[in-house]
Design a protein around this ligand. Sequence first.
Ligand SMILES: [Zn+2]
Length: 230
Amino acid sequence: MSTDPRDKRLRVSILIEFEGANYVIDCGPDFRQQMLSNKVTHLEALLFTHEHADHTAGLDDIRPFFFRQGDIPIYAHQRVLDELKKRFEYIFETENRYPGAPAVEVYEVTNNVSFEINDLHVEPVNVMHGKLQVFGYRFGNFAYLTDVKTIAAEEKEKLRDLDVLVVNALREEPHYSHFNLEEALAFVEEIKPKKTYFTHISHLLGFHAEVEKQLPENVHLAYDGLQLEL
Ligand SMILES: [Zn+2]
């Protein structure tokens, strides 16, 4: 109903560009379109938050990156890797592979164990999406958390002194596995990042321009194509 391009939302994902390398968090059904519209020509790794289809269904479309670069490194919780193996068996197949099928290099993410991808330092943050464990990721003073409903006190400790936090705010009505706007704002109040962007926004939240006006200073709605420099 809106002509504002900021109201045209694809499924949630971000790309982190660091020292010339591209790292993408989650690849939902819109991954292909997102890579094309943002002219992404190489992909150094994919990190997954959890296995839900809106975060994983686009995995087959790593194909053009695989053709140029070879096996694409993927990072996820062991449970998520197992799920991906079930849904994309041919990608993980080691024998009699279908010619042209993409392949991945698998890395397990464990909570409380930070890791490096090339020179990028990554700290996993454990959050809960209803009853499902989900990983958020912290890179320096930037953190990306999506599909959060609750977060334990010890995990909140990992979110101190953030310059930028990206976190989900689904809609005004409560939801059993997502922060609604009120919960997301209360979380921001508690974590106190310098700046916050809300993501994983349902059309039910309302129009970008109208919602943005009601938000506190330093809290904004993210939108497709938004670029931040840190
Ligand atoms: Zn989701």
